[in-house]
Ligand binder design. Structure first.
Ligand code: LLP
Length: 458
C-alpha cells in the first residue's frame, strides 16, 4: 500500500492508522485497504490511458473489473475517480445497483449468463452486455426485443493471443470456454468464423445495438506486446466486418490483465508505459486500415486494487523442522539439512486461496513491532486441515517472532477476499478502509451467527 510506515512503537502504520489499533478494533484476520492508494491507482489508469489515446479516440473508458474485489464503497470510489464498472454476474450487478452507480456506466460479462441476469442488465439499462457466444447473442436479442428495447452489445472474441505472465505466443485457435473464435471454421457452410457469424447475426437482430468488439487475453501480464497484438488483430477484423456488412462498430474493449508485483521478482510496467505501447499500435493500425479509431476501453482489476491491501494476521503456533535437500551441485545422497520454521496464522486458504490455486507467491513482514533478531527461514501457514494451506512459502522473519505478533501479507487486494470461503467453518474476514488517520469497516467480517444462519436444523 502507498502510505505504510513504522510508528513510534515500531508497529506498522497505514493511512495514518496503526495495525495494533486495527487489531484491537476489528480483530484478525483483517483485510486492510488504503483508500487513497486505491483512488490514486484508479486515477493513474484513467489519466495515463486518456493521455496516450487523446489524439486517437479522445480518451479511454476504464471499467474497473469488480471480480477482483467488489463492495459498494469501492463502487463509489471508482465512480468518483471517473471510472466505470465491469461485472461478471447477477450478484455483482446487485452490488452495483446497491451502490447506485448509473447503469449506463456498467458492463456485464460471463460465458453462461442466465435469462434472469440478462433481464436484470436490461432493467438496469446497462451500458454494455459483453456477449460470449452465438447462443447467448440470440437470447439477449430476443429478451430485449420482447420488451421493445435494444440491448447494447459487445462481442467477446478470442484473438488467439495466449498471454502468459512473462511471454505470449500467437496461435491460430483458442481452446477455452470464453469467447467467439476468430479462426475461419472450415466446417461451417460459408467457411466463416464464429466471430463473423456473430457480427452478422448481431447486425441483423432488431433487439441488438452492436457497439463493437471485446477481448481479454489473460491476467497478471507484464509486457505490453500481447495487448498490442490483440488490439491489432481486433482492429483488422473490425475494419473487415465494417466493410463487408456496411456497419459501424464504434467501440473496442481490450480487457484487463495488467500485472502487479507480489514479490520483488515481479517487474510490472507502469500504466503509462503500457498505454503508450498500446496507443502506438492502435494509431498505426487504424491509419494503415484507413478507418476512424473506435473508442477504446479497458478493464483492469488486479492492477488497481491488488497492491492497495494487506492481510493482517495474528501468529499462533510455531514449530521448526529440519529439511533434507540435495547440496547445491552435489550428487544425490550428499544431502544437507537446514531448519524451516512453520509460523501458523489465524487464517489461511479460506482468505487467500491463490497460493493453493495458482502456486502464487507472497511475502510477509512482522507488523506489530520491529525486531533486531536474526532472520530465520520461515513458512507462513494457515489453520486449515490441509498441508497445502500455505500463505507464504518461504520468507525470512525475525527469529524472535512469537505467538501474539501480527504479520502483514501485502498484495492481497485482488482475488483474495473475492475468492474467500468458509472452509472449516471459518468466518470470512472483514475489510477495513484506512484514510487520513481513520479506519472504516467497508465489509464487516462474518460472525458465528452468519456461519450458522443457513443451517436449517436437524
Ligand atoms: N476483464 C475480463 C473479461 C476478465 O475476465 C478479467 C479477469 C478482467 C477483465 C480483469 O483482469 P485483471 O486486470 O484483474 O487481471 N483469480 C485469478 C484471476 C482471474 C482473472 C479472471 N478474469 C487470480 O487470482 O489470479
Amino acid at each position: 500500500a502507498g502510505s505504510v510506515s513504522r510508528g513510534a512503537d515500531g508497529g506498522l502504520t497505514v493511512g495514518g492508522v496503526s495495525v495494533r489499533e486495527l487489531k484491537e478494533q476489528f480483530g484478525t484476520p483483517l483485510f486492510v485497504m488504503d483508500e487513497a492508494d486505491f483512488r490514486a491507482r484508479a486515477r493513474a489508469f484513467k489519466d495515463s490511458f486518456d493521455a496516450a489515446f487523446a489524439d486517437i479516440c479522445g480518451g479511454v473508458d476504464v471499467y474497473y473489473a469488480g471480480k477482483s474485489f467488489l463492495c459498494t464503497a469501492v463502487v463509489k470510489w471508482v465512480e468518483e475517480e471517473g471510472l466505470r464498472l465491469d461485472t461478471a454476474s447477477g450478484g455483482e450487478l446487485a452490488v452495483a445497483a446497491r451502490a447506485g452507480i448509473a447503469g449506463s456506466r456498467v458492463a456485464l460479462h460471463g460465458n453462461n449468463k442466465s435469462d434472469a441476469e440478462i433481464n436484470r442488465a436490461l432493467d438496469m439499462g446497462l451500458g454494455r452486455i459483453v456477449v460470449d457466444s452465438l447462443d447467448e447473442l440470440v437470447r439477449v436479442g430476443d429478451l430485449a426485443q420482447a420488451r421493445g428495447a435494444q440491448a447494447k452489445v459487445m462481442l467477446r472474441l478470442t484473438p488467439g493471443v495466449h498471454a502468459h505472465t512473462h511471454e505470449f505466443i500467437a496461435t491460430a485457435h483458442e481452446d477455452q470456454k470464453f469467447g467467439l473464435s476468430m479462426a475461419a471454421d472450415t466446417t461451417a457452410e460459408a467457411g466463416i468464423s464464429a466471430a463473423e457469424e456473430a457480427v452478422a447475426a448481431a447486425a441483423a437482430h432488431p433487439g441488438i445495438e452492436l457497439l463493437g468488439l471485446h477481448c481479454h487475453i489473460g491476467s497478471q501480464i507484464f509486457e505490453p506486446d500481447g495487448f498490442a497484438l490483440a488490439a491489432e488483430k481486433l482492429l483488422r477484423f473490425l475494419a473487415a466486418m465494417q466493410e463487408k456488412y456496411s456497419i459501424t462498430m464504434p467501440e473496442l474493449d481490450l480487457g484487463g490483465g495488467y500485472g502487479i508485483a507480489y514479490t520483488p521478482v515481479d517487474t510490472p510496467r507502469p500504466a503509462a508505459e503500457i498505454a503508450t505501447a498500446m496507443a502506438a499500435v492502435v494509431r498505426s493500425t487504424c491509419a494503415e486500415l484507413g478507418i476512424d479509431a473506435p473508442r477504446i476501453s479497458i478493464e483492469p482489476g488486479r492492477a488497481i486494487v491488488g497492491s492497495t491491501t494487506f492481510t493482517l494476521y495474528e501468529v499462533g503456533t510455531l514449530k521448526t523442522v529440519r529439511v533434507d535437500a540435495p547440496a547445491a551441485g552435489s550428487d544425490a545422497g550428499n544431502n544437507v539439512t537446514y531448519p524451516r520454521r512453520y509460523v501458523s496464522v489465524d487464517g489461511g486458504m479460506s482468505d487467500n486461496a491463490r497460493p493453493v490455486l495458482y502456486d502464487a507467491d507472497y511475502s510477509a513482514v512482522l507488523a506489530s513491532r520491529t525486531s533486531g533478531a536474526a532472520p530465520q527461514l520461515s513458512r507462513v501457514v494457515g489453520k486449515h486441515c490441509e498441508s497445502g494451506d500455505i500463505v507464504v512459502r518461504d520468507v525470512y522473519l525475525p527469529e524472535d517472532v512469537a505467538a501474539g505478533d501480527l504479520l502483514a501479507v501485502p498484495g492481497t487486494g485482488a482475488y483474495c477476499w473475492a475468492l474467500s470461503s468458509n472452509y472449516n467453518y471459518l468466518a470470512r474476514p472483514g475489510v477495513v478502509a484506512v484514510r487520513d488517520g481513520s479506519a472504516r469497516l467497508i465489509v464487516r467480517g462474518e460472525t458465528e451467527e452468519d456461519l450458522l444462519n443457513r443451517d436449517m436444523g436437524a
